[in-house]
Design a protein around this ligand. Structure first.
Ligand code: AHM
Ligand code: MG
Length: 313
């Protein structure tokens, strides 16, 4: 099953749909193939960031199905010319984890899709929407193989690029995250600046008080790779707030939301330290938020610690 056929099948469930969504997705897939090929050839770091952004902007605009594009690489949103506009807004990080490029560690593209519903003149408010309003989200990981993980709102599916065919093939149907995991993933070098609940949680991962085994630590420092492992093996990924970065590091629209969407669709959870991540309403396109996401039970534990802290205050 190729990704093209998969998306067409999904779309045929909605006879009223005009085929626009599959056309848009085909253009995203094309962008991923292009970036995969550039990454494999080992272009320079600076150039790859810029190149990937150009590739995605061009692919999305030429789909004729988009109206607003928000990229991590661009300060301002791109508004597509009225003559080439469609109904979709795409938020994306064209090449996340770029500090890892030069040592060949996995990097990736992250994206989320919203729709402008009633044909009005698109404004930034069409993308400053809570993550739960996304129609679809996904990432493509450029690593030992190239893998695209996608949710259109009814589960999560993984596709691997077959280089000889040049096609993404469904290799990981209906991905479900284990209910509880044995791995935690966080940049512990920031521990000196953590708040109480995060510090307590990580301490519990290492010195469990309930007789369970200590968790293993795995941290690539590339969100796509860390989230991909979390999705397949279970566990928790944390990028908390700290004294230096009170809103954490990761960006709401094109990092936190798509990954939270995938986690929920796979049966896990995503929490900001205050609320369900997908309920957050961003006020700025490059806004950041702390994020804790992964296996249902693991996220439940950190939620309990933050809720207890809030009661104390
Ligand atoms: P980037 O968008 O500048 O590449 O930064 C995002 C990356 C994520 O991929 C990763 O989860 C995080 O930064 C790692 O940050 P740190 O190096 O602070 O642990
Ligand atoms: Mg990024």
């Amino acid at each position: 099953m190729t990704i093209t056929r998969f998306v067409l099948n999904e779309q045929s469930k909605y006879p009223e749909s005009l085929g626009d969504f599959s056309i848009l997705l085909n253009h995203i897939v094309l962008g991923c193939k292009f970036v995969c090929s550039a990454v494999t050839k080992g272009e320079e770091q600076k150039k790859l960031d810029v190149l990937s952004n150009e590739v995605f902007i061009k692919a999305l605009v030429s789909s004729g199905r988009t109206c607003i594009l928000v990229s991590e690489e661009d300060d301002e949103a791109t508004f597509v010319e009225p003559s080439g506009r469609g109904r979709y807004c795409v938020v994306f990080d064209p090449l996340d984890g770029s500090s890892n490029i030069d040592c060949g560690v996995s990097i990736g593209t992250i994206f989320g899709i919203y729709m402008v519903k009633d044909g009005h003149e698109p404004t930034l408010n069409d993308v400053l929407q809570p993550g739960k309003n996304m129609l679809a989200a996904g990432y493509c990981m450029y690593g030992s193989s190239c893998m695209l993980v996608l949710s259109t709102g009814s589960g999560v599916n993984g596709f691997s690029l077959d280089p000889s065919l040049g096609e993404f093939i469904l290799t990981h149907p209906e991905i479900k995250i284990p209910k509880k995991g044995k791995i935690y993933s966080v940049n512990e070098g920031n521990a000196i600046n953590w708040d109480g609940p995060t510090a307590k949680y990580v301490e519990k991962c290492k010195f469990p008080e309930d007789g369970s085994s200590a968790k293993s630590l795995r941290y690539v420092g590339s969100m796509v790779a860390d989230v991909h492992r979390t999705l397949l093996y279970g566990g928790i990924f944390l990028y908390p707030a700290d004294k230096k970065s009170p809103n954490g590091k990761l960006r709401v629209l094109y990092e936190v939301f798509p990954m939270s969407f995938l986690m929920e669709q796979a049966g896990g959870q995503a929490f900001t330290g205050k609320q369900r991540a997908l309920d957050l309403v961003p006020r700025k396109i490059h806004e950041r938020s702390p994020i804790f996401l992964g296996s249902y039970d693991d996220v439940e534990e950190i939620k309990a610690l933050y809720n207890a802290e809030e009661k104390k205050e």
